[in-house]
Structure formats: structure tokens, C-alpha cells
Write a protein that binds this ligand. Structure first.
Ligand SMILES: NC(=O)c1ccc[n+]([C@@H]2O[C@H](COP(=O)([O-])OP(=O)(O)OC[C@H]3O[C@@H](n4cnc5c(N)ncnc54)[C@H](OP(=O)(O)O)[C@@H]3O)[C@@H](O)[C@H]2O)c1
Length: 318
């Protein structure tokens, strides 16, 4: 391990960081070692990372001193914050600043910051199509990450612009479900726009590709996706892979989606509306080719659905 470059991975027990830790330990000859960071080293997911060959250390995004210790001696840091744990843009920015400050103090050579674009840049402040949330954001978990880019100034950083996880189908309750008529249906405010999506596990593999490329992506913004698809295209693939009947797509207005009342419905309504109304800009910010260059095993939606068939079928109740 001493001769390997250590990558301290935040969010290691989650989707993005977990994918990166697994990519590093799966390539023992690659010259990198994974240091998985978690608040709870005793949890099952942390133990699994340790068994797979990662070092596991404790730190908290809210505690800059703990991050400095976790980054000591590391070559790289994978930085991801979890908006969905607190739903606060301000907290996400404060956590990102803690990461950047700790990375500077530790003299880290390469940071990858998992970010998203600022949706406010696509609209005038008085645009009434979409409500402001938390007083000043259009899509807080996008806009706050984009604002946090500034914290990484002066650090050798790659800004990794990610995409909608297809895993949300089974992890976030977004899979089609049977209605009272027994027919499968799902509801999104996406119209006929194509949405940039990706298998979450591929993000970590892409991050590994960025670290392996040395300085090539330092100071650069890298936008990635697995495929861009309309909701109907996704539905057709699910029908084929799951072997079910057709899936009815209820294309509602974003205001209707925002009114559904589940936690984060306004945030999700704004996010899908941004993917719909600014599809051209969002797709221009992301590249399948770049994603595949960095991760040759990049999955299409059909490959993803086939791999996750059991979990998706359970989520669909079929
Ligand atoms: N879902 C999507 O479609 C999508 C798409 C693009 C971007 N994103 C973004 O992805 C981010 C979440 O990443 P993910 O999906 O990989 O996470 P995840 O699977 O939900 O897991 C959350 C991770 O964050 C860590 N974490 C949370 N709070 C922490 C804290 N205070 N200190 C240290 N670690 C902390 C957790 O570690 P421990 O609990 O082990 O400490 C865990 O590893 C969100 O900000 C979201 O906006 C999501």
C-alpha cells in the first residue's frame, strides 16, 4: 500500500463513492489504494469495503478537522455531499467548503468534486415557470453544488457533472407501478424530452478513470451520462427486459408533480422540469463518449435494467 497513491473517498458507503472504492480495489495493479471515509466504520457497508481491500476511516463532512485527518497522506480525494440527507443547499455548500479546506490543508494533488449545473443560469430571476426554493435556488441540489465549485478554487480539481441515476427506479420509488386497473404506469413532468441518465455504479468507475488519467482532467469540467432517453423509450426497454405489458406514461405538468406532497416533491418537480425545459443545454453538458472513454464498461439503460432486473421487478411489483 505504501507505494500506491491513496484516494480518500467520501460517500464510500453510498452509490458514487462506493462505485469508486469498488473500482479501485478491483484493480490491484492499478497503482491506487482506496481509503473509504464514513461516519460509522462499524456499519455493514463499511465492513464490506474493508473486506474487499479498502482502508476504512471515520470522518464527518460537518467536521473539517476529521476530514484533514482522513485526507492526510492522500494523493486524491473524491468529494460528494448528500443533499438528500438534509435537503439544505446552504449545508451542502458548507460541507463542500469543509472538504476543500481540508484537501488544501492536506496538500492533496487531485480532487474530484461531484457537481451539477446551476439551473438559475438558464432562467431570468423573474421567470415564473418554476418556483424559487429555499429563497434563492431553482433546483437546490444542483444550484448549491454549482455554487460550491468556487470553494475548490486553488485546488487541482476535476468538476464531474453527473446525471440522473437510473437506480432511482428501485432506490427512490420511481419505478412504474400497477394502478387499480392492473396496468403499469408512471408519472413524470418530462414531456417528450430526453433525460441524461446513468447507472450510479458507473459514476465511480468514471471517477477512477479520471484519477488514472493523471493531470489530464485537472482544472476541467467533465460531464457524463450513460444514455439520454425519453420516458417512453425507458418504458419500452423496461417492458422488454422485465417481460411485462406496456407501461403507460402520464406526462403531467411540473406544477402537478410539485403538488404531490412527498418529501422533496417540489425539488424533484423543478429538477425534472429543468431536464425537460433545458434538455438541449443539459445534454450539451454531458457526453456518453467521454463517459465510455473513462469507463469502457459504461452501461446503456438496457444493460442496466438487465443487471438490476430483480430489484426493478420488486420495485414494480411484478
Ligand atoms: N440520485 C440521483 O439521481 C443523483 C444524480 C446526480 C447526483 N446526485 C447527488 O448525489 C449525492 C449523493 O451521493 P450518493 O447517491 O452516492 O449517496 P448515497 O448513496 O445516498 O449515500 C450517502 C453517502 O454520503 C455519506 N455522507 C452523508 N453525510 C455525511 C457526512 N455528514 N459526513 C460524511 N459522510 C456523509 C454517507 O456516508 P455514511 O453514512 O457512511 O457516513 C454515504 O456514504 C446527492 O448530493 C445528490 O444530489 C444524485
Amino acid at each position: 500500500m505504501a507505494d500506491k497513491k491513496i484516494i480518500a473517498v467520501l460517500g464510500s458507503t453510498g452509490s458514487q463513492g462506493g462505485g469508486l472504492v469498488r473500482a479501485i480495489v478491483a484493480d490491484p495493479a492499478g497503482g491506487f489504494a482506496a481509503r473509504a471515509v464514513t461516519r460509522d466504520v462499524s456499519k455493514d457497508k463499511a465492513k464490506a469495503l474493508k473486506s474487499a481491500g479498502a482502508e476504512v476511516v471515520k470522518a464527518d463532512l460537518d467536521d473539517v478537522e476529521s476530514l484533514k485527518k482522513a485526507f492526510a497522506g492522500a494523493h486524491g480525494v473524491y468529494a460528494v455531499t448528500n443533499f438528500w440527507e438534509h435537503f439544505s443547499g446552504e449545508k451542502e455548500k458548507a460541507q463542500a467548503k469543509n472538504v476543500a479546506d481540508a484537501a488544501k490543508a492536506a496538500g492533496v494533488k487531485h480532487v474530484i468534486w461531484s457537481t451539477l449545473e446551476d439551473i438559475r443560469k438558464f432562467m431570468k430571476p423573474d421567470d415564473k415557470r418554476m418556483p424559487m426554493l429555499q429563497q434563492k435556488y431553482r433546483v437546490p441540489h444542483f444550484d448549491a453544488k454549482a455554487e460550491a465549485n468556487a470553494s475548490f478554487g486553488g485546488l487541482p480539481t476535476t468538476f464531474l457533472v453527473t446525471s440522473f441515476y437510473w437506480d432511482n427506479l428501485y432506490m427512490f420509488g420511481l419505478a412504474p407501478k400497477k394502478g387499480e386497473d392492473g396496468k403499469l404506469a408512471w408519472t413524470f413532468p418530462m414531456g417528450t424530452a430526453k433525460m441524461a441518465g446513468i447507472a450510479a455504479e458507473d459514476i465511480g468507475k468514471i471517477a477512477y478513470g479520471i484519477f488514472k488519467a493523471g493531470n489530464q482532467y485537472v482544472g476541467k469540467t467533465v460531464g457524463v451520462m450513460g444514455e439520454a432517453l425519453t420516458i417512453d423509450e425507458m418504458g419500452k426497454t423496461l417492458t422488454k427486459v422485465m417481460g411485462t405489458g406496456p407501461i403507460q406514461y402520464n406526462a403531467v405538468e411540473a406544477d402537478v408533480y410539485r403538488s404531490f406532497g412527498f418529501p422533496g416533491a417540489d425539488e424533484m418537480g423543478n429538477m425534472f422540469q429543468a431536464y425537460r425545459d433545458f434538455a438541449k443545454e443539459m445534454l450539451a453538458n454531458r457526453s456518453v463518449d467521454t463517459a465510455r472513454k473513462l469507463n469502457p464498461a459504461l452501461q446503456s439503460f438496457e444493460q442496466f435494467a438487465t443487471k438490476q432486473k430483480a430489484a426493478i421487478k420488486t420495485a414494480m411489483g411484478v
